[in-house]
Design a protein around this ligand. Structure first.
Ligand code: FES
Ligand code: FES
Length: 166
């Protein structure tokens, strides 16, 4: 057993885990953060994506002990109180989900994608970058639409913030 300490959704947490415990299991079973899903055992589906130190990571590919000392954000930590994160709002507005199983991973991947492309995204880039996330329901079209819409909203918001600061 090893002791792990990390900051999850702004809260410092620690716990004793077996060395083989995956981050996704630590989040779901020790912290009860069940919004992060497990959809495969081959690291292909992306349902388990969270942010580790700000970057999208498949939490089934990382041991909890490897994440010790990191800052982790899960889908539960994305909204600002009752206000949905712009990516969550865009998925809602553009019907980017059906059963919702893949949605937490899609949204965490999309948020990181938008952060890495602050000047905006095009459809081909979104489709290429979604390669690691599988949806079994939607046909992807509305997911891509939602990500493009969120990217527009977020780049507009950051430009107006920058203009105000100038
Ligand atoms: S559960 Fe992690 S990629 Fe499928
Ligand atoms: S919405 Fe059902 S798997 Fe994507």
């Amino acid at each position: 057993m090893s002791e792990v300490t990390l900051v999850v959704n702004g809260r410092k947490v620690s716990g004793a885990v077996e060395d083989r415990t995956l981050l996704v299991h630590f989040l779901r079973e020790n912290l009860n953060l069940t919004g992060t899903h497990v959809g495969c055992d081959t690291s292909q589906c992306g349902a388990c994506v969270v942010h580790v130190d700000g970057k999208a990571v498949k939490s089934c590919t990382m041991l909890a002990v490897q994440a010790s000392g990191s800052t982790v954000t899960t889908i539960e930590g994305l909204a600002n109180g009752a206000d949905l994160h712009p990516v969550q709002a865009a998925f809602k507005e553009n019907h980017g989900l059906q059963c919702g199983f893949c949605t937490p991973g899609m949204i965490m991947t999309a948020t990181d994608m938008i952060r890495r492309h602050p000047d905006g995204l095009d459809e081909a880039t979104v489709r290429a970058e979604l390669e690691g996330n599988i949806c079994r329901c939607t046909g992807y079209h509305n997911i891509v639409k939602a990500i493009l819409a969120a990217s527009k909203t977020m780049s507009k918001a950051s430009k107006s913030k920058a203009n105000k600061a100038a």
